[in-house]
Structures are given as C-alpha cells and as structure tokens.
Design a protein around this ligand. Structure first.
Ligand SMILES: [Fe+2]
Ligand SMILES: [Fe+2]
Length: 137
C-alpha cells in the first residue's frame, strides 16, 4: 500500500478525516524511504518518522476518545484499548537498540504496522464509531 488517500478511507467527519490524512502523510514518508532502497543512511529520517507517529497520535487518540465519551459511545473502551496497543507498538519500535543496523527491517515493519492499522482500526473500529456519531450528532 502506498499510503495515498482514497475516498473509501473517508468517515465523513471532517476533522477526523483531516487527522487521518495526516497519519497517511507520515506513512507515505516511510513508504518513500522503503521504495528508494538505495542503501543510503536513513537513520535520522526513520527516527523522525517514529517521533511523528508518536506525537501525532497523542493528539488524535485523545481527540477521538474525548469525542466518544462526550457522546457516550458504548465501545469507547475498544477504541482506548486499540489506541493503547498502537502506542505500545510504536514505543517498542522506537526504543530498539538495533534500529541503526536494521534500517530496512525497521522501515518495513513500520509500513506493515501502519497498513494493518489503517485496515483494522481506521477502516473497522473508527468507521464503526463514525456511523454511531453521524446518527446522534
Ligand atoms: Fe482514528
Ligand atoms: Fe481510533
């Protein structure tokens, strides 16, 4: 997956779609590095991507969770648990000692994780709350 925004990713809640697009932009930076594959030292870029993935979601997850609590969404805990699993995964990736020696492996793992995140979380769990919100707002 090339991390290009597609209409089917839209949940039709403007602010949420805007935030999801931002995540996709970070993913596309990782993808660019992976397809170039020129053996060039990408350590700093990889670390920046990991930092951005961590920083960005602090805001996005908080935003979603507050919005869902405000509207008493019954599956808010599912969102919180899945968000936590993302935070743990990115923290684990960022803290590895061998990133510099395994740059390609790391970038491929980031891409793989983000692809799964988009299909499993954004397209399923987030879509589910979006349907709920659109009915109550
Ligand atoms: Fe989301
Ligand atoms: Fe979410």
């Amino acid at each position: 997956m090339a991390f290009e925004w597609k209409d089917r990713y839209n949940l039709d809640i403007e602010e949420i779609d805007k935030q999801h697009k931002k995540l996709m932009e970070i993913g596309s930076k990782a993808y660019e590095i992976a397809i170039i594959n020129d053996g060039y030292d990408r350590y700093d870029q990889i670390m920046t991507i990991l930092d951005e993935l961590q920083e960005y979601t602090k805001y996005h997850f908080h935003y979603e969770e507050e919005l869902l609590k405000k509207h008493n969404y019954e599956h808010t805990h599912v969102q919180e648990e899945e968000h936590l699993s993302y935070v743990v995964k990115i923290a684990e990736l960022s803290s590895r000692e061998d990133i510099d020696d395994n740059q390609r492996k790391t970038i491929l793992e980031i891409i793989d994780f983000l692809s799964q995140w988009i299909s499993n979380h954004i397209m399923l769990s987030d879509r589910k709350y979006a349907e709920f919100l659109k009915a109550v707002i």
